[in-house]
Write a protein that binds this ligand. Structure first.
Ligand code: ADP
Ligand code: MG
Length: 254
């Protein structure tokens, strides 16, 4: 991957009353890629996404999107520039249909001409929700709720989608399906950066992986490089998603 970066952060940090939730993290996301962000619970992954999307302002550091500085901009201004966010905890309008929920996403988002109905149908189809469009969101399975959350974000026509644990709570088949959807989203022109706990999943989809632990970036590289990195293995020791020998040897073969 040698594409120009769509998003770049330099020394980005966030302190909450003395707690360094994100500590001088730098990153560069190549345009057109799918990248991964991993790290133990509480590592600062969601906070980093909150800094990029303007929910929080960085305590220090700079973030550039398409060459423009993001600090100081509001969440709405950042969404209008083309950064979308699928939240770790989805909160759809339970009594509205899937299509109506996605339509709400399409009403906001990136600046530019838009055809709301077409955007909604495209987002539903990319996320494999076409057949469920008339269902009430409150009736969906966990897997389909996750898809709806991503579809809502995709309907805002982002150039960069930050997906926070889109596979959380999904079984292996649903996880595979979600990854296939995210690949389609990327093929349709959106760069994707996702937080994911399942090592196999993140390694199989990402061109580049960033690892943070206790707020600090401890590694960055291709999936094979990350899998072989002693600091990464140490950070994950004792966690239930520790790399198995099997996964590691599979990655080494790639
Ligand atoms: N608004 C906040 N106020 C205080 N502490 C916070 C806030 N948001 C996150 N944190 C803390 O920052 C750290 C990183 O949290 P988070 O980014 O949610 O981790 P992750 O998404 O990697 O699990 C945690 O210690 C968390 O308690
Ligand atoms: Mg999180």
């Amino acid at each position: 991957m040698s594409a120009e970066p769509i998003l770049e952060g330099v020394g980005v940090g966030k302190e909450f009353r003395g707690l360094r939730a994100v500590d001088a993290v730098s990153f560069s996301i190549p345009r057109g890629s799918i990248c991964g962000l991993i790290g133990p619970n509480g590592a600062g992954k969601s906070t980093l996404f909150n800094l990029i999307t303007g929910y929080y302002q960085p305590t220090y550091g700079s973030i550039h999107f398409m060459g423009e500085r993001l600090e100081g901009l509001s969440t709405v201004e950042i969404a209008r520039r083309g950064i979308g966010r699928a939240f770790q905890i989805a909160k759809p309008f339970a009594s509205l249909s899937v299509r109506e929920n996605v339509r709400i996403g399409a009403l906001f988002g990136r600046d530019g001409p838009r055809d709301v109905e077409r955007t909604v149908e495209e987002a539903l189809s990319l996320m494999g929700l076409g057949m469920l469009a008339e269902r009430a969101a409150g009736e969906l399975t966990v897997g389909n709720l996750r898809k709806l959350e991503v579809a809502r974000a995709v309907a805002a026509r982002p150039l960069l989608l930050l997906a926070d644990e889109p596979c959380a709570g999904l079984n292996p088949a649903e996880t595979e399906e979600m990854l296939a959807c995210l690949r389609r989203v990327r093929t349709a022109g959106t760069t994707v950066w996702l937080v994911e706990h399942d090592m196999r999943a993140v390694m199989s989809i990402s061109e580049r992986v960033f690892v943070i632990d206790a707020g600090e970036k401890i590694a960055e590289g291709t999936p094979a490089e990350i899998a072989a990195d002693p600091r990464v293995i140490a950070a994950y020791l004792g966690a239930d998603y520790v790399l198995t020998e099997h996964t590691r040897s599979q990655l080494a073969e790639q």
